[in-house]
Design a protein around this ligand. Structure first.
Ligand SMILES: [Zn+2]
Length: 131
């Protein structure tokens, strides 16, 4: 479906953007003690995930775009399935969905942000042969 080597693979599986093998986050996005915490480096290809100090501040722009996308999705779903729901109901629905999805949006914004700067390299791990 989504093959290795594409940025979507790295983003959706939350893998290292260079080798697509090592995991990017310390834990699952909904593990609240380590929510959105990025590892120091890739366990497979040793890529340092923080390219420069405060590197992930730029991911706020991505988080904003994802938030807008979520808003539009909720709004369209409301129009299709609950056309009689008033503005108060829409507001509550948006707030609840933002609350539910913010951990995954936060994690996605970071992995999308680093994928802007790092390209996939097939031979990033020299010792690992192609399967
Ligand atoms: Zn890697």
């Amino acid at each position: 479906m989504i093959g290795k080597g594409t940025k979507l693979y790295s983003i959706l599986r939350m893998k290292c953007p260079r080798c697509h093998k090592g995991s990017f986050f310390k834990s699952h996005p909904y593990d609240f003690s380590k929510m959105g915490e990025v590892k120091e480096e890739c366990s497979e290809c040793k890529l340092r995930y923080s390219l420069e100090p405060s590197f992930y501040q730029g991911s706020y722009y991505v988080a904003y775009a994802l938030g807008v996308a979520l808003f539009i999705t909720v709004w369209v779903l409301k129009l299709v399935f609950f056309p009689n729901l008033g503005p108060g109901g829409l507001l509550i629905t948006i707030l609840v969905s933002l609350f539910l999805f913010s951990p995954i949006l936060y994690a996605l914004s970071k992995i999308i942000w680093i994928n802007f700067f790092i390209k996939y390299k097939k031979d990033a791990i020299k010792s690992v042969q192609e399967e």
